[in-house]
Design a binder for this molecule. Structure first.
Ligand SMILES: [Zn+2]
Length: 133
């Protein structure tokens, strides 16, 4: 399997902390399917829009997407299909494997407390990965 990030994924990734960049590139090498970087840094206006649409619960500048460089990135399986949660879960496994390889500690929006159970959370943010400092 060999995938390459598209131009927009590269642009978005370039707004992220170098640790996230390393994890994303490593994950792309390991992934059984292609995926995109759909958000890196999020501007104030974009953060307000994300709250309005329910994609974020955090006011500017509390989201790790608001930091510069961004301390969070959103990744989504390509082609994008929000109704297929399975691929997001598989991608999470790949991303965590990549993060382990790169010695980067992450938190995933599909499992905020890191116990590998989604039963104990009510806000699912499946594409979201952020650095644990
Ligand atoms: Zn996010």
């Amino acid at each position: 399997m060999s995938f390459r990030f598209g131009r927009r994924s590269v642009e978005r990734l370039s707004t992220c902390d170098e640790r996230l960049v390393r994890v994303a590139h490593r994950a792309l090498l390991l992934s059984p399917f292609d995926f995109s970087v759909i958000i890196g840094h999020r501007t104030r206006d974009a953060q307000m829009a994300a709250i309005t649409s329910g994609r974020s619960k955090l006011k500017w500048p509390q989201s790790r997407h608001n930091a510069k460089p961004a301390l969070a990135m959103d990744l989504a399986p390509w082609p994008l299909d929000w109704s297929n949660a399975m691929r997001f879960h598989v991608l999470a496994g790949v991303v965590f494997a990549a993060a382990g390889f790169e010695k980067v500690k992450l938190r995933w929006g599909g499992d905020w407390d890191g116990d590998w159970s989604a039963a104990d959370q009510n806000f699912h943010d499946l594409p979201h990965y952020e650095l644990v400092e």
